[in-house]
Structures are given as C-alpha cells and as structure tokens.
Design a protein around this ligand. Structure first.
Ligand SMILES: NC(=O)c1ccc[n+]([C@@H]2O[C@H](COP(=O)([O-])OP(=O)(O)OC[C@H]3O[C@@H](n4cnc5c(N)ncnc54)[C@H](OP(=O)(O)O)[C@@H]3O)[C@@H](O)[C@H]2O)c1
Length: 203
C-alpha cells in the first residue's frame, strides 16, 4: 500500500514535470510605461528615473519586500549590461544568474554573486529547483517573453508608470496562444503609479 502510494506520488511528479508544473515559483516584478515599454530603444531609463524622483522618501513600491522573498534573480544579458552602468550594483548579496549565449564579463568584485548561464528557461528552472530554490524573479523583456512562452512564469507584478514614451523595448510580445491571468491585487499610489499583481491561470 505504502509502496504504491509512493509510486503514485513519483508518477505524479513525473507527469507534473512533463507538463512544466514546477514547484519553483517564477515571478516577475517590473515597471512599465503606460504604453507597455520597459526601456527606450537605446535602453535609456530616463523616464523611470524621472518618475522615481516623485516618490516620497523611503517608498519603493514593495520592491525590497518582494526581493527578500526570492532566492535568485535571473536576467537577460541586455538588462545585466544596463545594470552594470549604474553607480552601484543594486542587488546586494542576492544571487544573480545572467542568461547569455555569449561570453560574459563579470567584474571581479561581483563574481561571488553573479553567474553566467546559457541554459534554456526550462533547463535552468529544473536545475534551480533541484538545488532547492523556492522562488526566483525573472527580469528583462526578451527573457520574460521567453519564460512566458515556455509556460514557466507563475505571477507578475507590474508597476505602471504614468507616462507614454511612444516606442521602446516592450514587456510583452507576440504569443502562439493567449495566456489568461487572474488579478490578485491592485494598488493605486497617490503619486500616480498603479501596481497590479497577476497570477497566470491558464497558458
Ligand atoms: N522597467 C524595468 O523595470 C526594467 C526591468 C528590467 C530591465 N529593464 C530594461 O530592459 C532592457 C533589456 O531588456 P531586453 O528585452 O532588451 O533584453 P533582456 O531580456 O534583458 O536580454 C535579452 C538577452 O538575454 C540573453 N538570453 C535570454 N534568455 C537566454 C537563454 N535562455 N539563453 C541564452 N541567452 C539568453 C540573450 O542575449 P545573448 O545575445 O547574449 O544570447 C538575449 O538577447 C534594458 O534596457 C533594461 O534596463 C527595465
């Protein structure tokens, strides 16, 4: 009896894996312009920096709290290269995995925290789950789109900045099939940002 229930659990696990249902939670936490861009075409974030200047001191729209709940950050090479231009590395001691098919330059003082991977999203998630990670955050437009297409993302927290920038790097792109989401929470801040948390329910 025990043996067969163990076998059934194992079978269920195999079926879950085949259907991409990992226990690892893959989340997105990102700011976009009202017209859906995460950066200008030249990667400038001037519109976001300007908007952030209007925030009350100490307000971070729940970013720190969110980051405390993730075991690692997975980002695309373009995002990594942009973040490297910031005055300070913003992720403190958080493990950061940079996805790139090319060789990556990692500054010596950050080599403890940053890793390079060229695995597919599926392979990476399976490997991180095997390592025991519970929740990761995925960052970068192209990377999020690839993870969405691979049905790996469980929830998205979008902070909409009240600005139209007309063109730029989009958060979302074309899909083979619709992805249905459930709105879990909305917060409208006095300073004009609107944050929405969605759970992906069907993909
Ligand atoms: N508004 C916000 O909150 C926010 C947040 C994050 C980023 N951003 C901005 O978004 C811009 C970057 O976004 P993006 O859409 O251009 O690109 P991205 O997702 O940051 O990077 C895409 C690149 O990552 C690599 N990559 C992704 N998945 C891979 C995989 N499984 N295996 C190997 N390589 C993989 C590829 O580069 P290779 O050519 O090296 O293979 C790909 O071209 C930056 O300007 C950044 O500042 C804004």
């Amino acid at each position: 009896m025990i043996k067969s229930s163990k076998l059934s659990v194992r079978c269920t696990q195999i079926i879950f894996r085949r259907n991409n249902i990992l226990s690892l939670i893959v989340s997105v936490f990102i700011a976009t312009s009202l017209d859906g861009f995460i950066a200008r075409e030249n990667d400038s974030l001037d519109w976001l920096d300007d908007a952030n200047k209007t925030l009350p001191i100490g307000e971070d729209c729940a970013y720190e709290k969110f980051m405390q709940g993730v075991d690692a950050l997975v980002m695309g090479r373009h995002t990594y290269e942009k973040v490297l231009t910031f005055k300070q590395w913003p992720y403190k001691n958080k493990r950061v995995i940079v996805l790139s098919s090319t060789k990556l330059k990692i500054p010596n003082d950050l080599s403890t925290y940053i890793e390079h991977s060229s695995l597919s999203g599926k392979e990476l998630c399976a490997s991180l789950e095997k390592e025991g990670l519970k929740r990761i955050c995925v960052d970068g437009g192209i990377t999020i789109q690839r993870f969405l297409s691979a049905k790996l993302i469980k929830d998205l927290t979008l902070t909409i900045i009240p600005v139209l920038i007309g063109k730029g790097k989009p958060l979302f792109s074309s899909l083979i099939k619709d992805i249905k989401l459930k709105l879990q929470n909305t917060k409208a801040y006095d300073f004009g940002f609107v944050q929405m948390k969605y759970q992906i329910i069907e993909q």
